[in-house]
Unconditional design. Structure first.
Length: 318
């Protein structure tokens, strides 16, 4: 039996405001099985905990050697304590890691989703073989993770890698975090939807494709992406304006971290992929780093299951 097979399978757990996704992951990063169950985020701490254990129980077996959990932050990755997550208000200073370890009698690791997904991409995915990894997940918001030499960079207090709240415009719109001009308020999937609706309100004649896709509902970033794929000029304009803000943000990241790969994931990432060539071409103009043009910009390997893979990767972090 090889050392790799002795490790057994890992249960990767992804906790969100409405769901708990759990999967079994082998030591090579392959997701063997997965399921989703509801998360009770607005009840008592015990009800929230029960939601998680119900999901884990559904996949748990004697083969599971450890459990890795992607949980909403803020949290303490060293202790596994969930501090005060806005998306899961049932937990305040809740010792999730210790309680899961006590119940299942296996090692448990806890971290936030972007950190864990960055580690999964480094160990098994698009960033495999790279030493200095920057990962961004673009969806409802923008989360980021930093992995150096195979280890998540947490900073002194565990609060590092809040790249979504790096400001590129101190006079810009106010982000939910309270700062102005964060890239999240400007370029997330939510922001793309806001920009689209503003342009539609200003010129309904240009918006037929997106309005047809929305079928009378509110136009979202998903409709922008579909319209762009269909060749809609307004959708392209919206995405090009968004990319124009992403480029200086990535330039700041490159100059600060000097990564050897940039990985983009998340639900809105596919909209950005057709612009990767444009981003790479423009990036050197926004960098002091003379090697910016040589840094690969790649799509993440793990899609909707990045939380499950990320949770599993936490358990193998060296």
């Amino acid at each position: 039996m090889t050392e790799r097979s002795k490790q057994g399978v890992i249960a990767g757990v992804d906790i969100g405001g409405t769901k708990v996704a759990v999967g079994l992951v082998d030591p090579s990063g392959r997701i063997l099985s997965h399921l989703r169950q509801p998360m009770i985020a607005n009840g008592t701490p015990e009800e929230g905990f029960q939601s998680v254990t119900n999901a884990i129980d559904a996949v748990m077996s004697a083969e599971v050697s450890s459990i890795g959990i992607c949980a909403p932050g803020p949290l303490d990755p060293k202790t596994g304590v969930i501090l005060n997550p806005p998306n899961v208000p049932c937990w305040r200073n809740f010792p999730l890691g210790a309680k899961i370890a006590e119940k299942y009698k296996v090692p448990v690791r806890v971290d936030n989703d972007a950190n864990a997904a960055a580690l999964a991409e480094t160990r098994w995915g698009a960033a495999r073989g790279y030493r200095y990894v920057f990962y961004a997940t673009i969806g409802t918001g923008i989360g980021t993770g930093i992995v150096f030499d195979g280890k998540i960079y947490h900073g002194k207090t565990g609060s590092a890698a809040e790249g979504g709240h790096v400001s590129i415009d101190y006079r810009g719109p106010v982000c939910k975090c309270g700062k102005r001009g964060c890239i999240e308020i400007l370029a997330s999937g939510t922001a793309i939807g806001v920009r689209a609706r503003a342009k539609i309100a200003a010129d309904l004649a240009r918006a037929k494709t997106m309005l047809d896709l929305a079928k009378g509902g509110e136009v979202s970033s998903e409709h922008v992406g579909k319209a762009f794929a269909a060749g809609d000029p307004l959708a392209r304009e919206i995405l090009e304006e968004t990319v124009a803000m992403v480029v200086p943000w990535l330039g700041n990241i490159v100059d600060l971290l000097d990564p050897d790969v940039l990985v983009i994931g998340g639900g809105a990432a596919a909209m950005f992929e057709p612009f990767f060539g444009q981003i790479k071409e423009q990036l050197p103009r926004w960098c002091v780093n003379p090697f910016a043009a040589e840094i690969p910009l790649v799509m993440a390997h793990y899609g909707a299951d990045s939380g499950i893979a990320g949770g599993a990767a936490l358990c193998g972090e060296e």
